[in-house]
Design a protein around this ligand. Structure first.
Ligand code: NAG
Ligand code: NAG
Ligand code: NAG
Ligand code: NAG
Ligand code: NAG
Length: 254
């Protein structure tokens, strides 16, 4: 039996038959080139794997995207890799160009990409910008559209400075982690601008430290971000608004 990230049969058919993609609710698909890249890569991988055994999910093989952030503290080991998909929330004092959007947190679902990180890093890399291309509120969120990755947790803020990760959901129950920011690095040049390749860019890459976490969770990285940045000013913006984003989250344990 192949791990769950491997391809749902429906998607294989799609990959091999020059698909038309469902129009994402809430956005006009200006440019879905990332979607073709993804399905082309998948179909190559599938061809290459025919007859081979299931992919090996050895976490020792998983390597974080390189950045200027400090490495995990000595002695920590990788516990989980998730794709986060949700929104960055902002508020505006008024809708003039003098006001600047204020970040008031994020809300995202987390999907288990651990095995993919270990066995298919090139597929993993495409996922944040891939899944960014659809607004998923109100749809079935048990898997990460359009992949078959399974829900492994939720991410939200408990106050303005406390990102929180609840990985304590069935069947894995990996723990819960209130965090604070340790370091931030701007998303690299060439990162996704937003949905349809249009927008204000990708949120920073981060290193976070947990506080009184369960499951031995110690450090969390937000990497390979796609979207989430607000416009530079509040001009024309409502008092509260959301910007769609996705990212890789890497969880390290003691
Ligand atoms: C992200 O996907 C969009 C939509 O397909 C595409 O226009 C854009 O070039 C992609 N960006 C990156 C950095 O891959
Ligand atoms: C889900 O996460 C767990 C814990 O990180 C990992 O052992 C398992 O291989 C993951 N499954 C998949 C399909 O990635
Ligand atoms: C909007 O808010 C900004 C920042 O608080 C302030 O400087 C500016 O005077 C306000 N403009 C209006 C029209 O209220
Ligand atoms: C936010 O929550 C953390 C953790 O509970 C707490 O230490 C911190 O003082 C809170 N900050 C504010 C501004 O309420
Ligand atoms: C932030 O986003 C979440 C999820 O989309 C939403 O439920 C919440 O109301 C938003 N908060 C603000 C302050 O806009």
């Amino acid at each position: 039996m192949l791990p769950s990230f491997w391809i749902a049969p429906a998607l294989v058919t799609v990959a091999l038959s020059a698909p038309t993609f469902p129009s994402p609710p809430g956005i006009t698909p200006v440019d879905l080139s990332i979607v073709s890249d993804y399905f082309n890569l998948l179909s190559q991988k599938i061809q290459r794997r025919r007859g081979a055994g299931p992919p090996i999910c050895d976490l020792d093989n998983a390597v974080m995207p390189s950045s200027n952030l400090d490495a995990p503290s000595a002695g920590l080991t990788l516990k989980h890799v998730a794709i986060g998909r949700g929104t960055q929330n902002y508020t505006c004092a008024n809708s003039s160009a003098q006001a600047t959007p204020l970040a008031v947190g994020a809300v995202a679902n987390l999907y288990n990409a651990t095995c993919l990180a270990a066995s298919q890093p090139s597929v993993l890399t495409l996922l944040p910008n891939l899944t960014l291309q659809w607004n998923l509120q109100g749809s079935d969120q048990s898997t990460l559209y359009p992949t078959s990755l399974l829900l492994s947790g939720q991410h939200y803020f408990t106050n303005l400075s406390t990102p929180f990760f609840n990985l304590d959901i069935s069947p894995l129950q990996l723990g819960e982690a209130p965090c604070s920011k340790v370091q931030s690095a701007p998303a690299p040049a060439g990162s996704a601008l937003g949905q349809g390749g249009v927008g204000d860019g990708s949120v920073a890459w981060l290193k976070l430290q947990t506080h009184d976490a369960t499951g031995s969770l110690e450090e969390v990285y937000r990497l390979n971000t796609a979207g989430g940045n607000p416009p530079e000013t509040c001009e024309g913006k409502p008092a509260a608004f959301e910007v769609q984003y996705a990212a890789e989250y890497w969880f390290w344990e003691s």
